[in-house]
Design a protein around this ligand. Structure first.
Ligand code: HEM
Length: 211
């Protein structure tokens, strides 16, 4: 029997897999946390899990375009937004866990940490930018923004670098995984080498012409 899937069926299947793969681990994490089954330092475990989860999802989001181009599978582009929104959701839970369980909602301490610890400063800049991309991913806003939408969403390249630095600085001893993640970020950005070079050149030219 030869079953041919239509594009919309492929997208639907892929979206279902993404929903399950993103939601089930998160539900399991909070279930284990609720029943105190996360070991000696549950707060650290939850911050770690959501932080790494957000980073993995960001990397996956940036993998979609080169993959779709390489294998000529344009339908893949239709799941990019969903992956990006899950990356933001994990990052939101990461920051919320830090604020709620580590700092017990001590807002002054929270702002102090953002100013005093460079790795938190980098994380916060990445988070604010990611939140901006999540909000503007709405179709109605995308249409209203026209060409500036793509310019804004090019910030995802900056976000992934900020997150890699945030991860590297947050780690106290084991450096192998942050270095491995740097390598992955480097590979994904290398696919956009020409585009990034153009973006940097136009930003730099605009700045010097203003002086
Ligand atoms: C896009 C946003 C962000 C991403 C993807 C991200 C990702 C990560 C990753 C991968 C780690 C390492 C996890 C580990 O090995 O334990 C981490 C650690 C951490 N992040 Fe973030 N982060 C983000 C933003 C933030 C922000 C805004 C804050 C706080 C305001 C924050 C607070 C922390 C803390 C407290 C740690 C644990 C450091 C430790 O081990 O003591 N992160 N983050």
């Amino acid at each position: 029997m030869n079953i041919r899937l239509t594009t919309s069926n492929k997208v639907l299947m892929l979206k279902t897999v993404i929903h399950l793969a993103a939601l089930l681990p998160l539900i399991n994490l909070y279930y284990l946390a609720f029943y105190d089954l996360l070991g000696a330092d549950p707060v650290q475990r939850v911050i770690h899990f959501t932080g790494i989860g957000a980073f993995n999802l960001l990397l996956l989001t940036l993998t979609v375009t080169p993959l779709a181009k390489r294998f000529k599978q344009g339908f893949l582009l239709q799941v990019r937004r969903l992956l990006g929104l899950y990356a933001f959701s994990y990052a939101f839970m990461h920051v919320f866990n830090f604020l709620a369980f580590d700092l017990q909602f001590a807002w002054s301490l929270f702002f102090n940490e953002i100013v005093k610890r460079p790795y938190i400063t980098f994380g916060m800049i990445a988070f604010v930018l990611l939140a901006t991309l999540a909000i503007t991913s709405l179709n109605s806003l995308r249409r209203k923004m026209g060409k500036s939408w793509q310019k804004l969403h090019n910030l995802s390249y900056l976000i992934i670098i900020l997150v890699a630095v945030h991860f590297y600085w947050s780690v106290k001893s084991e450096l192998l995984s942050p270095l491995f993640y740097f390598l992955l970020v480097g590979i994904l950005l290398s696919f956009r080498y020409t585009k990034i070079k153009k973006l940097m050149r136009s930003t730099f030219n605009r700045k010097t012409s203003k002086i």
